[in-house]
Design a protein around this ligand. Structure first.
Ligand SMILES: Nc1ncnc2c1ncn2[C@@H]1O[C@H](COP(=O)(O)OP(=O)(O)O)[C@@H](O)[C@H]1O
Ligand SMILES: NC(=O)OP(=O)(O)O
Length: 331
């Protein structure tokens, strides 16, 4: 089975943790310990966030007296792919002796006229209190927005159209390698009138890129792993309750917020709609149990799930597949 697993930025750097290398390396080792069992059994593509890390690098770059202009966000995104990709690569190699693991720098095509460039929504860097965030915004020309209890810098986040290196990733998978890619949603690029690729100032959402990639790779399932055990209906209210199994339409109807759960909901919904496959959102530690239908929020075309990646189809459903053909529709 072919799996695309998106690892949340929070799994690499928990809220409030200092972004020291050793802190993140410890988090990466724990994340890989939870993911290695999946790699033993399945073809695995691992994508990862970079929101906290790209904000740290942007601050460093902005305060470097050697630079006449801070590095733009496409360059910073590539830096985070190298840094986080290296940590994940090494931890995966240590956890899976004998298995080939590749971590690749890759680019994601976006549209130059995407309105998201003018309406920043992607949280980067650390969280501040409102007063500090507003002060930093006026000093440095940032846009800041509320993220839960705190305030953070936001940057443009155009929708991913295609991962440029999709064919390379497929080739690597077919050799049996675990592939780490689409870090930070992929370095955002546009194809210019000259026919060439050019980087653009943005940070793509890694969950949306993961959905685009999972569809293009004919993945059987997309798992979006984060710091909550499931999507919650009535999030933050006294009536909050977990959503265990859902359809794309029902999940979208919850209206999860942009910049956090919203893109995850959109990513899994898009994947399920386009492929008829299965997707899940949940905690990193529950990765295997989500696939079994025993944890997380599982999304299928009909809102039913028996586990083992077979969306539940009633016996009288004309689309019911015979045993041996039980793969997601659209494959
Ligand atoms: N309806 C919801 N159900 C669960 N979590 C939600 C919901 N709405 C917002 N959230 C928030 O979304 C967060 C996960 O999104 P995000 O911080 O972007 O994750 P990551 O960095 O792991 O990709 C959770 O920690 C939670 O605070
Ligand atoms: N680029 C990106 O989606 O990062 P986070 O998952 O850290 O927000």
């Amino acid at each position: 089975m072919r799996l695309v697993v998106a690892l949340g930025g929070n799994a690499l750097l928990e809220r409030g943790q200092r972004p020291d290398a050793e802190v993140q390396e410890g988090n990466v080792r724990r994340a890989v310990a939870a993911l290695a069992p999946l790699a033993h059994r399945h073809e695995l593509v691992l994508t990862h966030g970079n929101g906290p890390q790209v904000g740290v690098l942007a601050l460093q770059s902005a305060s470097d007296p050697e630079l006449s202009t801070p590095y733009p966000f496409d360059v910073l995104g590539a830096q985070t792919q190298g840094m986080i990709g290296y940590w994940l690569l090494q931890a995966m190699q240590n956890a899976l002796p004998g298995r080939q693991v590749a971590a690749i720098i890759n680019q994601t095509l976006v549209e130059a006229d995407d309105p998201a460039f003018d309406d920043p929504s992607k949280f980067v860097g650390q969280s501040y209190d409102e007063e500090t965030a507003r002060e930093l915004a006026s000093q440095r020309g940032w846009t800041v927005k509320q993220d839960g209890a705190g305030w953070r810098r936001v940057v443009g986040s155009p929708r991913p159209q295609r991962v440029v290196e999709t064919r390379l990733i497929r080739s690597l998978l077919e050799t049996g390698a675990v592939v780490i890619c689409a870090g930070g949603g992929g370095v955002p690029v546009v194809r210019g009138a000259d026919g060439l690729l050019h980087g653009v100032e943005a940070v793509v959402d890694k969950d949306l890129t993961s959905a685009v990639l999972a569809e293009a790779l004919d993945a059987d399932a997309l798992l979006v792993l984060t710091d909550v055990p499931h999507v919650v209906r009535g999030f933050g209210t006294p009536d909050a309750e977990p959503v265990r199994v859902s359809t794309p339409a029902a999940l979208r109807a919850l209206g999860a917020p942009a910049g956090s759960m919203g893109p995850k909901v959109e990513a899994v919904s898009r994947f399920v709609e386009l492929t008829g496959g299965v997707a899940g959102i949940g905690a990193l530690a529950d990765a295997e149990r989500i696939l079994d239908g025993a944890a997380g929020t599982v999304v299928t075309p009909n809102g039913r799930y028996e586990g083992s990646l077979r969306p539940a189809v009633p016996a009288d459903d004309p689309l019911r597949l015979t045993r041996g053909e039980q793969r997601p529709l659209g494959r």
